[in-house]
Design a protein around this ligand. Structure first.
Ligand SMILES: *[C@@H]1O[C@H](CO)[C@@H](O)[C@H](O)[C@H]1NC(C)=O
Ligand SMILES: *[C@@H]1O[C@H](CO)[C@@H](O)[C@H](O)[C@H]1NC(C)=O
Length: 322
């Protein structure tokens, strides 16, 4: 063992104090949806994974996750997940991360999915965070800082996005949960839907000067003024806090329109009752429906098939675009 001389121990003490000052940050994920969700967590490249990369969160439950100083990554919620009893694979109608399991293990969300993005202890020691619709929207999200300060820069505030999908999502961007086009499950971004550079801020549009809001991003921006509506929407969509913890609530009670509140809460909830995810026991939809062996099974199986086709199509598109 080396003896500590004052010359060595003073810097060491400073380092220790610095670590204490930028102690671990707690993210608390809260499910206020009327249904089970399966949050996913993806660390940015080069950042360590958190203690979990995906799990189930029942209605009303919350779960804290600790992140080390300087961590960066994103959170989202998978919806309407079910496990295939034959293969054991988990698949989700929205936000699927392609792992086939509870843990996403380094997989990100297949769009569309509402994202909560963080970079802790960035420029000036501030945490940078946002809610992003750049990859589309699948459910309402609220990010609320707790116990932090503005670090003198003053936009350490709650950020929310709750869209009334039935009302706000343009029909060409809608992802519907049922074959008849009803039950809007998510809203794609124009980039995801059309794959064109002016929507994706790619190619000759890959700079803030060249990539401007479009009629589609403006739909998202007016529904969620605080959220990223396209890739270069930084100015109005980046928020900062110093030394805060964060509560990420899925399906928060909207603070604005009561009409939006009820339709927002009911749309996914009502859709969720179509799936046999009654109590967190995951049941593969197709098998559950088929095994009902009743007249109603005949009418439900085609809808289930369409959901399957929709999920496969998304996966295929994801693979092609990856
Ligand atoms: C919040 O502050 C950051 C850092 O000063 C700035 O980049 C960002 O544009 C501000 N965001 C809003 C919404 O005002
Ligand atoms: C959940 O549902 C399954 C299958 O329907 C049933 O076996 C189980 O007892 C239920 N669990 C609870 C906690 O209600």
């Amino acid at each position: 063992m080396a003896r500590f001389s004052p010359l060595i121990s003073l810097p060491w003490l400073l380092v220790s104090v610095t670590f204490l000052a930028v102690d671990a940050t707690t993210f608390t994920l809260v499910n206020k949806c009327e249904y089970t969700i399966w949050p996913g967590v993806l660390a940015n490249a080069g950042e360590p994974p958190l203690s979990t990369t995906g799990f189930a969160l029942q209605k009303g439950e919350s779960r804290p996750l600790s992140a080390p100083a300087g961590w960066g990554g994103r959170f989202w919620a998978r919806t309407r997940c079910a496990q295939d009893p034959a293969t054991g694979e988990l698949s989700c109608l929205t936000g699927d991360c392609g792992s086939g399991q509870l843990e996403c293990g380094g997989g990100g969300a297949v769009p569309p999915a509402t994202l909560a993005e963080f970079k802790l202890d960035g420029d000036g020691g501030l945490d940078f965070f946002d809610v992003s619709l750049v990859d589309g929207y699948n459910l309402p999200v609220l990010v609320a800082p707790k116990g932090g300060g503005g670090g003198g820069r003053g936009n350490c505030t709650s950020v929310r996005c709750a869209v009334d999908l039935e009302g706000a999502c343009p029909s060409e961007l809608r992802v519907t949960a049922r074959g008849d086009g009803s039950g809007v499950a998510a809203c794609k971004s124009a980039c995801d839907a059309f794959r064109q550079p002016q929507y994706c801020c790619s190619g000759s549009y890959s700079s803030p000067q060249a990539c401007k809001p479009t009629s589609y991003s403006e739909v998202f921006k007016s529904a969620c003024p605080q959220a990223y509506s396209y890739a270069y929407d930084d100015e109005t969509s980046t928020f900062t806090c110093a030394g805060a913890d964060y509560v990420i609530t899925f399906c928060p009670t909207p603070s604005t329109s009561q009409k939006a509140a009820s339709s927002q809460d009911q749309t996914p909830g009502a859709a969720a009752t179509d799936t046999p995810l009654i109590n967190g026991t995951m049941v593969y939809v197709g098998v559950a429906e088929a095994s009902r062996a009743s007249r109603s099974a005949r009418t439900q199986v085609p809808a289930v098939g369409l959901v399957g086709v929709a999920v496969s199509t998304w996966r295929l598109r994801h693979l092609l675009s990856a």
